[in-house]
Design a protein around this ligand. Structure first.
Ligand code: NAD
Length: 416
């Protein structure tokens, strides 16, 4: 099943439960606009290489399209369509006035020099420039894109329009109009929701709660740091090169040092008796209380779901548990906190960034935290209420919360 088909399956499941108007389901199952562009780049050796770029605008009935840009060798249109659809749903789950979009370029950024990466980003920006803007469609960072890449997009877009337009993207550095708290917003939002879930369903003291984190990039490393600071026992972390499992707990700051110095989270551990190296497959099914998925999609599938030991899964990545695995985990009583709620802190602070750019007035870190917490807790309460009302999973309940809001907006605006 493709990723977009996964998304449609999730929509269909919730639509049936909530008795969604079939016309609304049809609208939500079809992206508004699909763009595929050619991105010619002069490489350092003088040769021109063509990269393929995508931008999908799924739905803007509640506000401008919003969603990240992914640079990855395996990006394809199906994936971008799925991610754009999730953005529409996600913004509605947290009830912010934005729609859903997503972009991607088929590239391995590690193979490009910095200058090539800049030229490619600027050409991609030019190729999609008629379709983006603060009131139209606002990109942001995603896998292998970062504030530097956002800065090049702002610069190129501003040049095209002859004025400074920082609100064309979010996830910028503070120096050019970024928001306080954006860098770790996804993780912070996930932590706020996790704490609410544990208030209802937690079985142990925080200090005895064992956490494994898959993926040690932006989302994974920040969530590790935050939970460690709150006293949770982080017993496993992994990155694309392998996994580290320490039954007595590890310090994420040390794992980060290993990653920086040795290229992987496990490089400078291993000698300690309480620690062992594992494969990426093993760490997902190792013994723990909470499994945080913050790498890529389709990590828990029918092939490994039944071996999962965690009682709670927090999806910081998009789509890490596929629909077959969802059914298996639901049957096992595992509580999955779905991506569209768990990682929505990122887009929420992106929304704050856009608001601050629009008014050219900036909030303190404390103001951002307070506003983020209010939104995340309210979103969780709505999802939890729906999970009880419809006797369903948090994922289906999150879809129901979102699709009710989208249904109201679609019907109110009409125009079909
Ligand atoms: P990132 O590129 O910073 O980090 C990805 C990490 O996953 C890296 O450490 C990489 O080594 C690791 N990884 C890749 N394959 C792996 C594997 N098979 N096993 C273990 N680790 C593996 O990306 P990020 O920004 O942290 O995003 C991670 C996920 O979170 C993505 O699905 C992204 O869409 C989602 N997300 C991120 C944000 C955000 O604000 N950063 C917001 C919403 C959703």
């Amino acid at each position: 099943m493709s990723l977009f088909e996964n998304t449609l399956t999730q929509i269909q499941k919730a639509a049936k439960l909530m008795k969604l108007d079939p016309n609304v389901e049809t609208v939500l199952s079809n992206p508004d606009r699909i763009l595929e562009v050619s991105v010619p780049v002069k490489m350092d050796n003088g040769a021109i290489r063509i990269f393929r770029g995508f931008r999908v605008q799924h739905n803007n009935v509640r506000g401008p399209y919003k969603g990240g840009i992914r640079y990855h060798p395996q990006v394809d249109m199906d994936e971008v369509k799925a991610l754009a659809t999730w953005m529409t749903i996600k913004c509605a789950v947290v009830n912010i006035p934005l729609g859903g979009g997503k972009g991607g370029v088929i590239v391995d950024p590690k193979e490009l020099s910095l200058r090539e990466l800049e030229r490619m980003t600027r050409r991609y920006t030019m190729a999609i420039s008629n379709f983006i803007g603060p009131d139209i469609d606002v990109p942001a960072p995603d896998v292998y894109t970062n504030p530097q890449i956002m800065a090049w997009i702002v610069d190129e877009y501003s040049k095209i329009h002859g004025k400074n337009i920082p609100g064309v993207v979010t996830g910028k550095s503070i120096a050019i109009g970024g928001s306080q708290g954006r860098e770790d917003a996804t993780s912070q939002g996930g932590v706020y929701v996790l704490e609410e879930v544990l208030k209802q369903y937690g079985k142990k003291d925080v200090k005895d709660t064992r956490v494994i984190i898959q993926g040690f990039g932006n989302a994974g490393s920040h969530v590790a740091r935050m939970l460690h600071a709150k006293g949770f026992k982080i017993i496993g972390v992994s990155d694309s090169k392998g996994a580290l499992y320490c039954k007595d707990g590890l310090n994420p700051a040390d794992a980060m040092t290993c990653k920086i110095e040795g290229g992987s989270v496990g490089e400078c551990y291993g000698s300690g008796e309480a620690c062992e190296m594992m494969t990426n497959e093993q760490i997902l099914v190792a013994d723990c209380d909470i499994l945080i998925l913050s790498a890529l999609e389709n990590q828990i599938t029918a092939a490994n779901a039944a071996q999962v030991k965690a009682g709670i899964i927090l999806e910081l990545a998009n789509g890490p548990v596929n629909p077959e695995a969802d059914e298996i985990l639901e049957g096992m009583g595992v509580k999955v906190i779905p991506d569209i709620l768990a990682n929505a802190g990122g887009v929420t602070v992106s929304y704050f960034e856009l608001v601050q750019n629009n008014m050219n007035y900036y909030w303190t870190a404390e103001e951002v935290q307070t506003k983020l917490k209010t939104i995340m807790v309210a979103a969780w309460q709505s999802v939890h209420d729906n999970s009880l009302k419809f006797d369903t999973s948090f994922r289906a309940a999150a879809y129901i919360s979102a699709m009710r809001r989208l249904e109201e907006a679609i019907k109110m605006r009409g125009g079909y």
